[in-house]
Design a protein around this ligand. Structure first.
Ligand SMILES: [Zn+2]
Ligand SMILES: [Zn+2]
Length: 258
């Protein structure tokens, strides 16, 4: 009752609008995003690749793997996302990441937990994809870290972004993977933690959006080289190509605007 009255008070006197669609919020104290926007999150519709979770073309290829995984298997053994990086989900992520609506991390992590149940099952820990310290300072938080804390597993901050590097978008395609590959390493601490605790473990890399997969691939390689038995990946959203059989669109690569 008190909550209803408090929401009505805020709605009438402050009239805050939805962070994604600008409609006036019915229950502004419950969430900065309206119920319609949460309901409108574009789902990843099956069939999906059993390994990387990408949507398969409607003309089904022989077997459960996408063309990319068959050509060159990614370092992660299993990857899933809660929805498509489009529509209301794109706007919600934008509000979370660039407008500092950190309160959105909790409901977004809940979506990830539901969609990523097979990824999280039996894993030892979640590992957030790190930001370069300079970027973390500018933003004031690391979105992947906020999400990782809502997933119900220990959070291991064992990776470091060691190189700021030129923006991915400014590089020719052939150099993008090399650029991002050289950008991550295992963090060394005074206690010498990091590499030893990773040996033989199953870990889940966590990030907000999977675009080309280059960032997750680069971080996954670092973890495997440090002795991890299996790397999985979980993101809120992923860029998806229209379902017609051709590869995903050439969007801005993951590391372009972290
Ligand atoms: Zn809305
Ligand atoms: Zn695949």
């Amino acid at each position: 009752m008190i909550a209803v009255a408090a929401n009505a008070f805020v709605r009438i006197f402050l009239a805050p609008s939805c962070a994604a669609c600008d409609a006036v919020l019915d229950a502004p104290l419950a969430s900065p995003v309206c119920a319609a926007c949460w309901r409108a999150i574009p789902a990843l519709s099956p069939p999906c690749c059993v390994r990387c979770g990408d949507a398969l073309p409607s003309r089904q290829l022989p077997g459960p793997l996408c063309a990319r995984c068959r050509r060159h298997a990614p370092v992660f053994t299993l990857a899933r996302s809660a929805g498509v990086y489009d529509g209301s989900l794109r706007k919600i992520i934008h509000a979370f990441k660039y407008e500092g609506r950190r309160v959105l991390a909790e409901p977004l992590a809940r979506l990830m937990k539901d969609a990523g149940a097979p990824v999280l099952a039996g894993a030892d820990a979640v590992v957030p994809v790190p930001l370069h310290p300079w970027r973390a300072m500018q933003r004031g938080f690391n979105q992947a870290d906020d999400l990782a804390r809502g997933l119900g597993l220990p959070v291991w901050r064992v990776l470091a972004r060691t190189r700021h590097g030129p923006p991915q978008a400014e590089l020719p395609a052939a150099r993008r993977h090399a650029n991002v590959r050289a950008a991550y390493g295992v963090r060394t601490t005074l206690l010498g933690l990091g590499a030893p605790m990773l040996r033989n473990r199953v870990v889940v890399l966590v990030d907000d959006v999977m675009t080309t997969g280059a960032t997750l691939e680069a971080c996954g390689r670092v973890l495997v080289n440090a002795g991890v038995r299996s790397v999985r990946a979980l993101t809120i959203a992923r860029a998806v190509a229209p379902r017609s059989g051709q590869p995903r669109p050439r969007r801005r690569p993951d590391a372009a605007r972290r």
